[in-house]
Design a protein around this ligand. Sequence first.
Ligand code: NAD
Ligand code: AKB
Length: 318
Amino acid sequence: MVLVIGANGQIGSVLTKALKNRYGAGQVIASDIRVPQQLEGRFVILDITKRNRLEEVVDRFGITQIYHLAAILSAKGETNPIHSWDINMKGLLNVLEVARLHQLEKVFFPSSIAVFGTNTPKELTPQFTLMNPSTVYGISKLAGEQWCQYYFEKYGLDVRSVRYPGVIGHQSLPGGGTTDYAVEIFHAAVQQKTYTCFLKEDTMLPMMYMHDAVQATISIMDAPKSSISIRSSYNIAGMSFTPIQLTQAIQHHFPNFKVNFKPDFRQKIADSWTNSIDDHYARNDWAWKAEYDLKKMTEEMIHHLKINYFNNPKFLKI
Ligand code: NAD
Ligand code: AKB
């Protein structure tokens, strides 16, 4: 039985559907701190900072695997650093401790490219490298990776993790990150609005299409235990582009689409991250390979968003 924590979020809402397809709808319990707008399938309210409640849910449903997605992301995290640290760290420690005590089979913890910092090599960032994250989010993810490795080495807990790049999908809106522009821009284009981008036009960042992010998650969790050689978190790469390159890719479909650039505090966060990722450990260990590049992702995003807005003009309006 699978528990998804943070199931209402940008990735959680899509991953929960994929897990239901994989294991059967009755085998997946979605949870979040609030009830989703559209309630589908089995759902429970769970605040991950409350360990007793987590234990109650694990016992009641006979949970064997946890996908722990709940977190406060990079940009939102900077508005209240101590609160963000609390949710991100207390939440993970509750999950690891309950998983250990209840001898769960597996745990998934998403890390992020936010673990990298200004001293990290920017191009094809290696798996093992200097890391000096500058956001409370990045610090919590780096500490989280180390806690995952600790629980594996000390207790044998089978916890697996990937460092997602900025994730882009048509199904859901992002929840307060520095890469959010790359989703918002598509919604603006399809609604024939001008978009004001909060990053400079030449800010190169690693990104990934939602389909690939979900595939990576399912693949690493399906891989034989013996093939997982990294117990902190795996680098995974999708594509890298700048806001102007993304704008041009969209203008191929909407020639009149206009973007203004008005960098805000998120620019500094983006500048501290890297440009591209070397993911050969993930490729070698569990046969990871992204399917989507900028062109293919842009085509799919526009195709799906056009259908969504045509069927429901109020769909995820930004
Ligand atoms: P999101 O912000 O969209 O969703 C997070 C969810 O967690 C929300 O539904 C929120 O209600 C829930 N939540 C917040 N506090 C909670 C609490 N105390 N208890 C239970 N639930 C709580 O995030 P996302 O983009 O879906 O990201 C999912 C995970 O993937 C996060 O751990 C994030 O750090 C990681 N990640 C995401 C990206 C990305 O681009 N989306 C990139 C790298 C890593
Ligand atoms: C963010 O921008 O905070 C996230 C991430 C890369 O972790 N999208």
